[in-house]
Design a protein around this ligand. Structure first.
Ligand code: FMN
Length: 195
């Protein structure tokens, strides 16, 4: 099988260090044979999650994003660390996508259950976004997604990329390749359901 991966970053700003890191991971995954669809969460007009909105008019953008998640075996996710956790943009997207649609039971988690994920983070701090990525593991575990043990942290990320958005140090670049390889391997072994 060809691993189908959906890639996205939790930062929407131009010049995002996490987007740059994700772009490199996508290249590594494609070089290893995965079919990768890279999306920008900014392109999905997601309102803040609101249970009233969910029951009255499930937002089309949330439905569209959920359909994309359902159509992929796994995810490559770059998460910025905001105040020791993941960004609100990322959590809000996951919250919407986790919700049942079309008569699914509450616990269906059809966009996440049995899927696989690889995580990375770029942060300006010496800790490289470790707290955010750890929260991300917990969130994905809650929605029944298997997260690769490998992860890539880029500390002092404001100085980690050259003018062409390549990583200056060899080690994180090498780790990105390992992460991509593991996510593909997991997808092939687990063969997560596509809908
Ligand atoms: C609201 C906010 C909170 C932040 N909190 C943290 C933090 O807890 N730890 C950290 O390492 N960096 C923190 N930062 C700095 C980010 O690491 C930095 O802005 C980084 O460039 C964000 O990722 P991006 O370049 O992909 O947008 C914070 C930034 C913002 C805007």
């Amino acid at each position: 099988m060809t691993a189908k991966l959906l890639a996205f970053a939790g930062s929407t700003r131009n010049g995002s260090l996490n987007q740059a890191l994700l772009d490199l991971a996508v290249k590594e995954a494609r070089a290893r044979g995965a079919e990768v669809r890279e999306i920008r969460l900014k392109d999905f007009a997601l309102p803040l999650y609101d249970g009233d909105l969910e029951t009255s008019a499930f937002p089309p953008a949330a439905r569209e994003l959920k359909a994309l998640f359902r159509a992929h075996h796994g995810f490559l996710i770059a998460t910025p660390e905001y105040n020791g956790s993941v960004s609100g943009v990322l959590k809000n997207a996951i919250d919407w996508v986790s919700r049942p649609t079309d008569g699914e039971p509450l616990t269906a988690l059809s966009a996440f259950r049995g899927k696989v994920a690889g995580l990375m983070a770029a942060s300006i701090s010496p800790f490289g976004g470790l707290r955010g990525i750890t929260h991300m593991r917990q969130i994905l575990g809650t929605v029944q997604t298997l997260v690769a043990t490998e992860q890539v942290l880029v500390p002092f990320a404001h100085g980690a990329f050259d003018e062409n958005w390549a990583l200056k140090e060899a080690l994180p670049a090498q780790l990105l390749g390992g992460l991509a390889a593991r996510v593909i391997e997991l997808a092939e072994r687990v063969q997560p359901p596509l809908h």
